[in-house]
Design a protein around this ligand. Structure first.
Ligand code: NAP
Length: 322
């Protein structure tokens, strides 16, 4: 685990994810005892190495937690209609409880058509407009996994959310917007920033809770952070071997060593070494949001299986609802 140079409490995603996974395992066991294990299907398009790694991690974690899991691999260059057909096949397959399409898609595919197509009752990534709407109304069904993980990290670290001033850096459909909605529902006062936000440093430096989801290595520096703030780093940026990291990250021993030895290295959106001494709480990369994202996917898969059974039971009891 990464050590904070001083001061800040580390928001340890690995330890918290283990607890969530243990609770998922117990729930999956109960479902298995009265039927079959919850089943996750992941649709993977193309051969992007990062996507392959993420999908392998998700299906492995699902199996370790008592679920079953499979990956449907579609070749690179497939037509958008064929991908949609695969989503519909998952929707109608009664053996599938949770269904997700690994992002990002290749150019030529419209991700929002995928969001629309996925059965909202199997939508374990929480991207269907019905689930997005429910989230914004404060009655979530499937909370998107990364935002759910971010809230769990804050709660797990004892960070107070109600009444706090939060800034979310990034406005993507899968991270920035939903995490802002969750924080708003928990009574934080939330500002969303993006690439057109003027005076970004000042806005961020007013935050008591700062969530960084920009996809830029070490973007958040000490100047962006209010002393004592809770800083959650969502970024996962892989620096390729031999590619020089941003100059200010060369002060981080782990990054400098990897560069000098020609190894790839993962870094977040926050300059951890610069920010940790003044923050109140900080999440590391790796070992922060990432493990919780996977754990929350498993929790959603178990939820999907439970909801599916409840719906079948109520349909059997009341055929008029069919
Ligand atoms: P994204 O879709 O690329 O969105 C990035 C956001 O950052 C956009 O809203 C963009 O603004 C904003 N942005 C980019 N450059 C900026 C700048 N110079 N100043 C201010 N705002 C800027 O990314 P994402 O999917 O949300 O992911 C963000 C990061 O989180 C990535 O590193 C990704 O790998 C990581 N991630 C991690 C996990 C996990 O499990 N740990 C899960 C998902 C994503 P505009 O909207 O104006 O373009």
């Amino acid at each position: 685990m990464t050590e904070a140079p001083a001061g800040a409490t580390i928001l340890d995603g690995t330890a918290l994810a283990a607890k969530v996974r243990e609770s998922v395992r117990k729930d999956a066991e109960k479902l298995s005892a009265t039927g079959r294990p919850p089943h996750l299907r992941v649709i993977l398009l193309g051969s992007d190495p990062a996507s392959q790694t993420y999908v392998a991690a998700k299906t492995k974690a699902a199996r370790e937690s008592g679920c079953t899991a499979e990956t449907v691999r579609l070749p690179s260059g497939i037509a958008p209609g064929a991908l949609l057909a695969e989503v519909r096949r998952g929707n109608t397959d009664e053996g599938v409880d949770g269904l997700l399409v690994q992002l990002p898609l290749e150019p030529g595919h419209d991700v929002r058509r995928i969001y629309d197509a996925i059965d909202p009752w199997k939508d374990v990534d929480g991207v269907h407009p019905e689930n997005v709407g429910r989230l914004h109304q404060g009655r979530p069904r499937f909370t998107p996994c990364t935002p759910a993980g971010i809230l769990a990290l804050l709660d797990g670290g004892g960070v107070t959310i109600p009444g706090r001033r939060a800034v979310v850096l990034g406005r993507s459909d899968i991270v920035g917007k939903p995490v802002a909605a969750l924080l708003t529902c928990r009574d934080a006062t939330v500002t969303i920033c993006h690439s057109k936000t003027p005076d970004l440093e000042r806005v961020c430096s007013e935050a008591e809770i700062l969530v960084a989801a920009v996809g830029r290595p070490g973007f958040v520096t000490r100047q962006h952070v209010r002393p004592g703030a809770a800083v959650v780093d969502v970024g996962v940026n892989r620096l390729a071997p031999g590619v020089a990291p941003p100059a200010h990250l060369m002060g981080t021993a782990r990054v400098r060593r990897a560069f000098e030895e020609g190894r790839p290295v993962l870094v977040g959106d926050v300059d951890f070494d610069a920010v940790a001494p003044i923050a109140g709480w900080i999440s590391p990369v790796p070992g922060g949001v990432g493990p919780l994202t996977v754990a929350m996917l498993l929790a959603n898969t178990v939820l999907a299986a439970r909801l599916s059974r409840e719906r079948h039971r109520s349909e059997e009891m009341d055929p008029l609802t069919l």
